[in-house]
Design a protein around this ligand. Sequence first.
Ligand code: Z5A
Ligand code: MG
Length: 212
Amino acid sequence: EDNKKESRGALVVLEGLDRSGKSSQCSRLVSYLEGHGVSAELWRFPDRTTDVGQMISAYLTNTSQLDDHTIHLLFSANRWEKRSLMETKLKTGTTLIVDRYSYSGVAFSAAKGLDIQWCKAPEIGLLAADLVAYLDISPEKASERGGYGGERYEKLDFQKKVAESFKVLHDASWKVVDACQPIEDVEKQLQEIVLNCVTECRKGKPLSLLWS
Ligand code: Z5A
Ligand code: MG
C-alpha cells in the first residue's frame, strides 16, 4: 500500500475529582491494553520527577507558597517539558494512558477564580487528548473514600468549586463514566471506550492540538 503510515498510539486522558479513581483505573487500563498486545505506558501530571515537578510538589504539600498564576504556569510548563517525548511515543505506536492533564490544569486554577481563557492560553499547542474519560462522582461521595490526605486542594469546599469548573470545561466529546459504580464495572466500561479509541487512532485519526 503506497500511503500506509505506521499506526500511531492514542492519547487517552483520565480526569475527575480527587478520589474519583483515576490512578486505580489508569494502571488497570495499561495492564489490560498490554494483555491485548497494545503497547501502552502510564503517564501522570503533575510529573513530580522533574525540577519543575519538584516545585509543584513542594507547593502541593504546603512546603512552599506561590502566587496562583505562577503555580498555574508551572503546571503548564510541566506538560510542555514532556511534550516532545509524548509526540515521539505516540508517533512510534505507544498509547499513553495519562492520569490528569490540561483539563485539571484549567479546572483547578479556574476554581480559584482565575479567568478561564487566561488559564487555557498556556496550554495552546500541547497535544489534545484523543479521548477524555471523565470519572464522575460528587465531591461529597469522593470525600467519603478513605478521606482526603493533607495536600493543598484536598478539601471538600474547594473540590466543589473544581467540580463546577469541570462542568464548564466539559464538551460533547468527553466520555463520562459513573465513578460510583464498583471498581470492576468502571474498569469494564473504560476498557471498551479506550479500545475503540486505540482502534480509531491506528486507522489514521490525526493528532490534534489544544485548545480545540
Ligand atoms: N493539579 C493542578 O492543580 N493542575 C494541574 O495541571 C494538574 C493537577 C495536572 C495532585 O494531583 C494535585 O494537582 C491535584 C490536582 C492538581 N489536587 N487535588 N485535589 P494528583 O493526581 O497527584 O492527585 P492524587 O492524590 O494522586 O490522586 P487523586 O486524584 O486524589 O485520586 P484518584 O487517582 O482519582 O483516585 P485513586 O487513588 O485511584 O482512588 C482513591 C481511593 O478510592 C482509593 O482508596 C481507591 O481504592 C478508592 N476507589 C477507587 N475507585 C473506587 C470505586 N469505584 N469504588 C470505591 N472505591 C474506589
Ligand atoms: Mg491519583
